[in-house]
Design a protein around this ligand. Structure first.
Ligand SMILES: [Zn+2]
Length: 472
């Protein structure tokens, strides 16, 4: 039985999809105005683990993700400037150039940490007619109103707007909304939100479209409702995001979707927690943005970052530090070394393999207990069985873990390690000096170090996983 924490019921629930054996899953994608930091990527890693755990449990999953390239304002409460416009101004580029650049950068990091791409990725700017249709319907049904040139959703028409919150949390949210500094006087209720902006709000908005209410652009929340319905229909099983999205984004998505459809829309809401650094929650407004690509430039394998995330539970905040990441490097390399020592000899003992697969499936099906899944991997490596069986188990687990353990182990054994530790230290030092030289664009020194190693019988190679060496 597959179980995970449903934010809607605030309990760990047994999962029952609408259609036997099939899962429709929607993920809020990035707003492509800037880089996605490693905390954002943690969210996508945990969603990838959810997807692959469901597949491991036998479900057929269809996953859809949007790309927000219009309509997301600086504050999630519809105030401030459009994030895309601000990004374009900051970099003296057009909004579409910014969108292209940061979409590519996002997927580079998304892929590097072993994530599978969603079946459908749809930019918001592809779906303007769908947004307009939904806003028209909400107006017809009396859930929306026009004021000051914008179309707003009327939250007072709902019986329960704060669907995710307990009564205590509701009070706190009401106070928070009331105290929001920038007040939009067009709103009938403080919690109302914009479905469609017209030029009356921002004269310099770069992307604008004709609509029945004048030239303008969509609000942020409407995107996810429309894009999910376009590709997954009127009923979806799981909607994913970070805990930041719970209010107001997901609250508003439910309000407008269910008002539009006239029935319940999504049964399970999956939210992963923050990544914190020493100074608190990671954010894009605090100085340099720490991305997976930056970690890679510093010599960290992106899959080690994934391993680091898997060691803790998705619902707990995770503290990032280089010290913690270095510990993950050591642990990851140890596993790879152990795997590299396994010989593909003998026949796979299917009963042992099934036993381990069952334990592993039980762990990931129990609210994504990834640290337990890693423990079971260690147990499999120590198990009293032949190497062929161990390799088959690791290959099986890696369908969810996606740590490329066998690929890395192969690279390691091809690189050859039959040297004494003193010589190994020398080689590693030379590789580090060469990396420094390359970084300083001192290619003559870098080449000289390579030649020096070759003269000592060591050939080095630059690979996607970093520098590897072998004896020649
Ligand atoms: Zn969304």
């Amino acid at each position: 039985m597959f179980k995970f924490y449903n934010t809607l019921s605030r309990t760990v629930e047994e999962f029952h999809p609408n259609e036997e054996g099939k899962v429709s899953m929607y993920t809020c994608g990035p707003t492509v105005y800037h880089f996605a930091h490693i905390g954002n990527i943690r969210t996508y890693i945990m969603q990838d683990v959810l997807l692959k755990s469901l597949e491991y449990a036998g479900y057929d999953v269809k996953r859809v993700m949007n790309i927000t390239d219009v309509g997301h304002l600086a504050s999630d409460a519809d105030t401030g400037e459009d994030k895309m416009v601000a990004g374009a101004k900051r970099e003296h580029k057009t909004v579409m150039e910014i969108a292209k650049f940061y979409t590519d950068a996002f997927f580079k990091d998304f892929d590097a940490v072993g994530n599978k791409r969603p079946d459908v990725v749809e930019p918001a700017t592809n779906c303007i007619p769908e947004f307009i249709h939904m806003v028209e319907t909400l107006l017809e049904k009396g859930y929306a109103y026009l004021a000051g040139g914008n179309v707003y959703f009327d939250t007072s028409k709902l019986e329960d707007y704060y669907v995710f919150s307990s009564s205590v949390e509701k009070e706190a949210l009401e106070v928070g909304v009331r105290d929001d500094v920038e007040e939009d006087t067009n709103k009938k209720n403080k919690t109302d939100f914009v479905l469609w902006f017209t030029k009356s709000k921002f004269e310099d908005q770069a992307l604008k479209w004709d609509s029945p209410w004048g030239v303008g652009y969509p609000g942020w929340h409407i995107e996810c409702s429309c894009i999910s319905m376009k590709h997954l229909g009127e009923y979806i099983d799981i909607h994913c995001g970070g805990v930041d999205n719970i209010f107001p984004h997901h609250t508003n998505e439910i309000a407008q979707s269910e008002a539009y459809l006239g029935h319940k829309w999504c049964n399970y809401w999956f939210h992963s927690n923050h990544l914190n650094d020493q100074s608190g929650k990671m954010s894009k407004s605090k100085g340099a943005i720490l991305t997976v690509s930056v970690l890679q430039e510093k010599g960290y394998d992106p899959l080690v970052y994934r391993f680091f995330c898997l060691q803790s539970h998705y619902r707990k905040p995770l503290v990032f530090s280089y010290e913690n990441l270095d510990n993950a490097v050591v642990a990851y390399n140890k596993i790879v070394k152990r795997v590299s020592e396994l010989k593909a000899e003998g026949t796979v003992d299917e009963s042992v393999k099934t036993e381990f697969e069952n334990k592993f499936r039980e762990a990931v099906s129990n609210d994504l207990n990834t640290s337990m899944a890693v423990t079971i991997l260690y147990d499999a490596l120590k198990a009293d069985t032949n190497d062929a069986t161990k390799l088959a188990i690791i290959e099986s687990f890696d369908r969810v873990l996606s740590l490329d353990l066998i690929g890395h182990a192969k690279a390691l054994s091809e690189a050859g390690t039959s040297v004494d530790s003193e010589f190994e230290a020398f080689i590693n030092d030379a590789i580090a000096r060469r990396a420094e030289a390359k970084k300083a664009k001192d290619f003559a020194t870098a080449d000289a170090i390579r030649d020096e190693l070759l003269a000592k019988g060591v050939e080095i190679k630059d690979t996607r996983e970093g520098v590897v060496w072998k004896l020649v």
